[in-house]
Ligand binder design. Structure first.
Ligand SMILES: C[S@@+](CC[C@H](N)C(=O)[O-])C[C@H]1O[C@@H](n2cnc3c(N)ncnc32)[C@H](O)[C@@H]1O
Length: 269
């Protein structure tokens, strides 16, 4: 059973405005928070219905925070239900900063506000680093990255989707030899980025450098065919190491690893 979908269907209070396929996504990434003391922030309150939906799904111990630029949304605040509403513009970083100082660490953030590129990126940059270490960040309606009305356009450099594509590089920085792509806070705190149609989900978790492991016994004395089988690289490496300058300057350096890697790839083609 999908609790999110069930509660959405039976809703007779404030209107909720979502895409049909989002409920499966919520269930997949958020079910683990049910009945926990979870702090949920939704940008985009609209008619207040979604704040109620989160509250009912996550249970009595949950704390729900809503943000909207429309002052009328303040009316959906409810002390009894641990629902707080803040009025402000999610594109304004100083407002977001003040907000984040005012509320406890957030476990779940749902960005369903104005959906412009500037707003989505500002909200992500202020709140993602502050999300709890097992938190989930959901940016909704990312199809606006293709919509000129919201500042989008196919492969336009400053869209949220293009911004996220760069984050894929950061997630993989462990394997990079480039000085332009180094392991950072995002790399060590992001377990996954999942792209759906119109929605991107980030799951946080402490991550350490990935390492390969094996099990089972060797059947053949086989070579790894992705590696240099011709021995040309081994010979080249042997010769280069004989040159004193190379030996002292580049030994174990990333530059040399890079050269070996590229030559290996060329020879194996
Ligand atoms: C799509 S509706 C939100 C729907 C709601 N989350 C739901 O599920 O029913 C978008 C909301 O974002 C608000 N909004 C638009 N621009 C905003 C901004 N710059 N900052 C904060 N909220 C904004 C609008 O007032 C509107 O209530």
């Amino acid at each position: 059973m999908n609790k999110f979908a069930e509660l959405f269907k039976s809703n007779e209070e404030g209107m909720i405005n979502k895409f049909d396929h989002y409920f499966e996504i919520y269930n997949r990434h958020l079910e683990k928070f049910f009945d926990k003391e979870v702090h949920v922030l939704e940008i985009g309150v609209y008619e207040g219905g979604s704040l109620q939906l989160w509250r009912k799904c996550f249970g009595a111990a949950s704390h729900i925070y809503g943000v909207d630029v429309n002052p009328l949304c303040k009316e959906f605040e409810s002390k009894d239900e641990n629902i707080k509403v803040y009025i402000g513009d999610q594109g304004d970083r100083s407002f977001l900063q003040t907000l984040s100082d005012d509320i406890p660490t957030i476990d779940i953030l749902i960005d369903d506000g104005g959906h412009t590129m500037k707003q989505q990126i500002a909200t992500f940059e202020v709140f993602y680093p502050k999300l709890s270490e097992n938190g989930v960040y959901i940016c909704e309606d990312t199809h606006t990255s293709y919509d000129p009305y919201h500042g989008g356009g196919y492969r336009k450099k400053d869209t949220f989707i293009e911004y996220c594509k760069n984050l894929i590089d950061k997630e993989n920085a462990w394997q990079s030899n480039s000085s332009k792509l180094k392991v950072d806070e995002f790399t060590t705190s992001t377990h996954s980025i999942t792209f759906y149609s119109g929605i991107v989900v980030f799951e946080k978790r402490k991550v350490s450098k990935p390492f390969a492991i094996q099990s089972g016994k060797r059947i053949f004395n086989t070579e790894d065919f992705q590696k240099d089988t011709s021995g040309k690289i081994k010979i080249l490496r042997f010769i280069l190491k004989k040159i004193p300058f190379v030996k002292t300057t580049f030994r174990n350096s990333k530059i040399l690893q890079n050269i070996y890697g590229r030559l290996n790839y060329l020879f194996s083609k």
